[in-house]
Ligand binder design. Structure first.
Ligand SMILES: CC(C)(COP(=O)(O)OP(=O)(O)OC[C@H]1O[C@@H](n2cnc3c(N)ncnc32)[C@H](O)[C@@H]1OP(=O)(O)O)[C@@H](O)C(=O)NCCC(=O)NCCS
Length: 155
């Protein structure tokens, strides 16, 4: 299957992201939070689907000098296990590498088996934990992956 086009979102797309967040995230970001994020020069939000009629997935990255972080990654529940997160993550890794950034970091709920499997497939490894980081009391796992020299592909 041909991967769908990836679009770069702008502050006016905050409503579409809030709707995706509401459907896909246990702890959704509001439209205002997304608008604030999208207005940050360091933030890059890449998405699949159509901001006007509905997004199917999105990845939010922050890139400041040599530091890059995944802020959020969401796939619409009706579009999971079709490779969309992998496609967005590969595109995000490519963009990060193009900026000369060497490592991409993230934090993930230790109980989020799906996301952990996704990141492990891309070569992310555990750097440490933040105890009771999430509102449900669970720990955050800190992970990172080397960007330079990666193919941007899992496995
Ligand atoms: C985690 C999430 C982003 C995965 O999106 P996706 O588009 O379904 O992922 P992909 O189809 O690209 O899957 C790639 C690999 O990740 C792993 N994976 C994805 N979903 C999984 C699941 N439910 N259980 C186990 N492994 C899973 C598998 O290894 C999968 O490869 P495979 O399908 O060949 O077995 C999606 O489930 C989601 O949006 N969850 C809610 C939000 C969230 O947890 N975001 C991560 C924040 S850190």
């Amino acid at each position: 299957m041909t991967p769908p086009p990836v679009v770069i979102l702008r502050p006016e797309d905050a409503g579409a992201l809030a709707e995706l967040s509401r459907l896909a995230d246990q702890d959704p970001w509001s439209e205002e939070s997304w608008r604030d994020q999208l207005a940050q020069p360091a933030t890059l939000v890449l998405a699949t689907g159509d901001p006007a009629s509905g997004l199917t997935g999105a990845i939010a990255l922050s890139m400041v000098h040599e530091f890059a972080e995944i802020l959020n990654l969401l796939i619409h529940p009706g579009y999971r296990r079709q490779g969309l997160a992998s496609h967005l993550l590969a595109t995000g890794l490519k963009r990060t590498g193009e900026r000369g950034i060497d490592r991409l970091c993230l934090d993930v709920n230790v109980n989020n088996a799906a996301a952990r499997a996704l990141y492990a497939g891309f070569g992310f490894s555990e750097d440490g934990r933040r105890p009771r980081y999430y509102s449900d009391g669970s720990d955050a796992m800190l992970m990172s992956c080397k960007v330079a020299g990666t193919t941007g592909l899992p496995g």
